[in-house]
Design a protein around this ligand. Sequence first.
Ligand SMILES: Cc1cc2nc3c(=O)[nH]c(=O)nc-3n(C[C@H](O)[C@H](O)[C@H](O)COP(=O)(O)O)c2cc1C
Length: 177
Amino acid sequence: MDIAVDPDEPAPVSEAPGPGAEEFRGAMAALPTSVSIVTTRDAGGVDHGFTAGSVVSASLEPPLVLVCLSRTAECHGAFASSPFFAVSVARYEHAELARRFAAKGTDKFAEGRFRRTESGLLTMEDARLLLECRVVGRHHVGDHDVFIGRVLRTRVGAGEALVFVDRGFTKTAPSTW
Ligand SMILES: Cc1cc2nc3c(=O)[nH]c(=O)nc-3n(C[C@H](O)[C@H](O)[C@H](O)COP(=O)(O)O)c2cc1C
């Protein structure tokens, strides 16, 4: 069952107003995330990308991932009109690259080792993990859009994954599981 609730609708019963944007951003800084460079190419053949901490696995069969992109991002139009996106999960050595892809108005692909995929997207050659995806869903959620991608191909790399927590970069420790 789909439940669609407009997040701006007043709640039917009284509830706490919830945190403001700054408080929420500060609170979410305590949530460690992976760091990915998510890329696509527009109809004119121009490459676009942004740094994302919101990539998660959404379904195993079929294999689906999701990523959330702000509708105010300059690259939003390209992602909203492209049938494909790629997720290059960053290694610890990619912190500088991740900063560049999070900065507006930079030539994001100027440095770094990129490789073009069969679906025509630029991806990181030495990513910790690469996911090539076909868009199967786009949903407005608050001020972001959630993009759902069917995973067409995966490539697992080596090295320590880049982690973002407390507004800074760190890396994964050796597994103890
Ligand atoms: C570690 C990290 C994670 C981020 N995760 C996201 C994300 O999941 N979604 C998003 O819209 N922006 C995210 N951002 C911010 C975007 O990378 C940044 O606003 C980017 O410049 C947007 O693309 P634009 O240059 O095309 O506007 C993140 C930034 C950092 C540093």
